[in-house]
Design a protein around this ligand. Sequence first.
Ligand SMILES: [Cu+2]
Length: 218
Amino acid sequence: MLLIRIDRQAQLPNNAELLDSAKVPELNVDLTKVSGDRFSGLSQEKSILERKLYFSQKDFPAPTPSDPKATRTEFYITVEPNQPKVYDPNFKTPDITVSEGTTEDWIVENRAPEVHAFHIHQIHFLVLNSPESSDIGMLRDTINVPVGTRVKLRMDFRGVGKDKNTSIAGTFVYHCHILEHEDNGMMAPIEVKSLGAKVSSSDQVRIITPEPPEMNTD
Ligand SMILES: [Cu+2]
């Protein structure tokens, strides 16, 4: 199985948490030449659903004796038509539920006054559109979304590869890759429902985790 991890995060303003992955050499993938792995043919897949997500944030007064004008900021990543809320680690219901075996197109907008970076665990996406033209056509798990712009991503929930030894079923998170934002609410859970019948009991099912060891919640 070929695992492709592509990170281009050096341009992030707050990259203290990203030093390790920033050293990962960039990998340019010719999609037409990728075959026999779980990313094969993603550009030709038909998206079953388009979702719109957006980054936003809100400041609240948080005066202290030394700084009566101090504020704190809540950060949100929201899927329409939900209302913005900070991440609840004790969530009962995931914000998004998808079926393994599908692909979806997600538009991620930045409606906040600063840059945010969309990052998802467990899967990768194909960048269909981005204000950064060099992002387009790349397989990524992280992408910068500059202020007032949007990206369009083909999310690869196909999971079970042709060799049927991989599965991405389960619950995991997507979040802003800037640590301060993620820690202050900009994260949400997604559940990938198992393909079930398509994976027989004789198949060896293994959860793959494309995340390298990183600091903090990643
Ligand atoms: Cu952010």
